[in-house]
Design a protein around this ligand. Structure first.
Ligand SMILES: *Cc1c(COP(=O)(O)O)cnc(C)c1O
Length: 393
């Protein structure tokens, strides 16, 4: 079975059917599982036999989802969680202890930044940030107490690309664990474990669901690290609901098709914006003008669905653009079939100081577009009219 190619795993890896032999996997909406006798129950609790006990520990739908992502990323093991943040927190909580240091990319998902700056310091876990665009900074930033390196690539919302192979080599040299938040690229476009990362994790809420319906997270990596993460998650309770797992696992079947189309649409929009007089500094990993274009080409099979640009005129024009959009959605999610526009400096990154925002490339006029799967002529028509109204005198 492990001979299968990635896309076949995405479709054919399935939890066992019930006695009805369903073709589509049923939903195992159950809190617990029944034992035949006391000996079986004892053996299950002791770990002498592998079997489901309680859905906070394991559940067939949840296991099916993590198994698919594990196989698609070529990992030894995986574990699915309630949200992407649960995957991030379980990983950091499991692997770091008081006195440990985390070296992280400055440009991080907002809640990950909050965990590093507000929660982990209370437990004596420190961090320092490195700029995504500073390859030497990683080497210089490692301390004797550095336990792990944490990064996202492409970064959010600046869409910087970090060289995974170089970081994988550095992590091996210095014997630190490399953790990559692979949410923007998905297992279809980028497989960090093949480039030297030890852990790859996802917010399944984004492209893996792909239709803005349910929350979820997945973490995959070496068997010993995932065991530590599981041992942390099992008693602390960030369990994925079987219903969400069922939805997400169905979505994985079409992930490759969707990522190809998201990438194609985003490339088309990026080129269109680059030629537009009111859009500056268009950023998309597969545009030749992207500063890390060569690295992106090496480690990603396509550019993904996120495009950013800057509106001349800054904050006021950014807000006016958002107010002028008619079809595209103003919402906090990304990776949906529906195109989503966001203005990071007044929303997702408003809690940062102006200085912190500028350090990660969030200028007042930065607009992020999560390009959906609509007919692109309708998307560009909407953006065209919004750009016109944003900059009108
Ligand atoms: C959304 C997101 C997360 C958090 O995921 P949730 O499912 O919202 O908890 C983490 N990292 C990145 C890059 C994200 O986009």
């Amino acid at each position: 079975m492990n001979e299968w190619k990635r896309q076949t795993h995405a479709i054919r890896t399935q939890a066992e059917a019930s006695s009805h032999k369903e073709h589509s996997v049923p939903m195992f909406l159950t809190s617990s599982f029944v034992f035949d006798d006391s000996e079986e129950m004892r053996a299950a609790f002791a770990g002498d036999i592998q079997r489901n006990i309680y859905s906070r520990f394991t559940n067939p739908n949840v296991a099916e989802l993590s198994e698919k992502i594990r196989l698609m990323e070529g990992a030894e093991a995986g574990h699915a969680t309630a949200t992407g943040m649960a995957a991030v927190f379980a990983t950091l909580g499991a692997l770091c202890s008081a006195g440990d240091h985390i070296l992280a990319c400055r440009s991080l998902f907002g809640s990950t930044h909050s965990i590093l700056t507000k929660i982990l310091p209370r437990w004596g876990i420190t961090h320092t940030y490195v700029d995504a665009s500073d390859p030497e900074g990683w080497r210089q930033g490692i301390q004797d107490s550095t336990r792990l390196i944490f990064l996202e690539t492409p970064t959010n919302p600046a869409v910087d690309i970090i060289d995974l192979e170089a970081l994988g080599q550095l992590a091996a040299e210095r014997d630190v664990t490399l953790v990559v938040d692979n949410c923007f690229a998905t297992p279809v476009l980028q497989r960090p474990l093949e480039l030297g990362a030890h852990i790859s994790l996802h917010s399944a809420t984004k492209y893996i669901d792909g239709q803005g319906r349910v929350m979820g997270g997945v973490v995959v990596g070496s068997a010993d690290l995932i065991q530590e993460i599981y041992d942390f998650a099992r008693p602390t309770g960030p369990a994925l609901s079987p219903f969400n797992a069922w939805v997400l696992s169905k979505s994985v079947e079409t992930l490759e098709l969707r990522m190809e189309k998201h990438s194609q649409n985003a490339m088309e929009l990026a080129m269109w914006l680059e030629a537009h007089p009111h859009a500056d500094s268009v950023r998309y990993p597969f545009l030749p003008s992207h500063p890390q274009h060569e690295i992106a080409k090496r480690q990603m099979s396509a550019g993904g669905g996120i495009v950013t640009f800057r509106l001349e005129g800054g904050l006021e024009h950014g807000k006016r653009f958002m107010d002028s959009v008619e079809m595209c959605s103003l919402t906090a999610n990304l990776g949906d079939t529906r195109t989503i526009v966001s203005h990071p400096s007044s929303t997702t990154h408003a809690k940062l100081t102006e200085e912190e925002r500028l350090a990660v490339g969030i200028t007042p006029g930065l607009i992020r577009i999560s390009v959906g799967l609509e007919d692109m002529s309708d998307v560009t028509r909407d953006i065209e009219q919004a750009l016109g109204r944003a900059v009108a005198p």
